[in-house]
Design a protein around this ligand. Structure first.
Ligand SMILES: [Zn+2]
Ligand SMILES: [Zn+2]
Length: 260
């Protein structure tokens, strides 16, 4: 039984100039057999699609990150529609709100998040949500989306680092919650407390590579093979055997993204 890295960026730069071939091979060698490489802006939609076409167990998503909300217009949304029909395109994302970095205007972020949620409803595809410091504005958008989505899965709040209240509200709506290497960081005790209480059938693991390498590899650039350290920590927190955690998060990932 192998792990699934539900969120990585295989088209970004890695240490030693490693490309997708080597990253995917090293992931396989360390027990990670399925990866989802994430779209972030119109300029990388072709790149993530091509990477997913090269490997049987790599999937991709397309979406415009809140940092790049200014790049969304009607032509971008029109271009996304046919791309969503690709057999390896499993979700719309990452989309959401990021008020911490605030690289784009807040109103523009909200409008573009809402437009892409609408597209997910239309396509009956799940979403990958990025959320930082904008929960009060994001939750109403997610509520509206959840009420309209008729597809089999709402999607996931990725790289969770939000409040307990937001986590519970998203669980109540029907979302999955995904943990990254942040779960292993020294000062993440509140996040570990939260991870202890969430329903086991709603949790996923991811790397968000090349960012956020888990303990004990902090300081390095993160790679998909490192998702094992986050999974080990989650198994320890939940008090269940590692193999059990792998099986559970794998089943959850397959349900979340409708993989088979
Ligand atoms: Zn993100
Ligand atoms: Zn990401």
């Amino acid at each position: 039984m192998n792990l699934i890295d539900t969120h990585c960026h295989l088209d970004y730069e890695y240490d030693g100039g490693k490309g997708p071939e080597q990253l995917v091979k090293e992931a396989l060698d360390s027990g990670v057999d399925t990866l989802i490489t994430i779209g972030t802006e119109p300029a990388n939609f072709d790149a993530v699609r091509e990477i997913s076409e090269r490997f049987p167990h790599v999937y991709h998503t397309i979406g415009v990150h809140p940092h790049d909300a200014s790049k969304v217009d009607a032509s971008v949304l029109a271009d996304m529609r046919p791309r969503l029909a690709h057999p390896k395109c499993v979700a719309i994302g990452e989309i959401g709100l990021d008020y911490y970095y605030e690289h784009s205007d807040r109103k523009k972020q909200q409008a573009e998040c809402a437009a892409q949620l609408e597209l997910a409803v239309e396509a009956k595809k799940p979403v990958v949500i990025h959320s930082r410091d904008g929960e009060e504005d994001l939750l109403p958008l997610l509520r509206e989306y959840a009420a309209k989505q008729k597809g089999p899965s709402l999607g996931v709040i990725h790289c969770f680092s939000g409040t307990d209240g937001f986590a519970q509200a998203c669980i109540d709506l029907g979302f999955f919650i995904s943990f990254s290497g942040i779960l292993t960081f020294k000062n993440s005790e509140p996040l570990r407390e939260l991870a202890k209480t969430l329903p086991l059938d709603r949790i996923l693991v991811e790397t968000d590579a090349p960012f956020l390498a888990p303990v004990p590899l902090r300081g390095k650039k993160c790679e998909p093979s490192m998702v094992k350290h986050t999974a080990l920590k989650l198994a320890e927190i939940r008090g269940i055997p590692f193999e059990e955690l792998v099986r559970i998060t794998r089943e959850n990932s397959m349900r979340c993204f409708q993989l088979n």
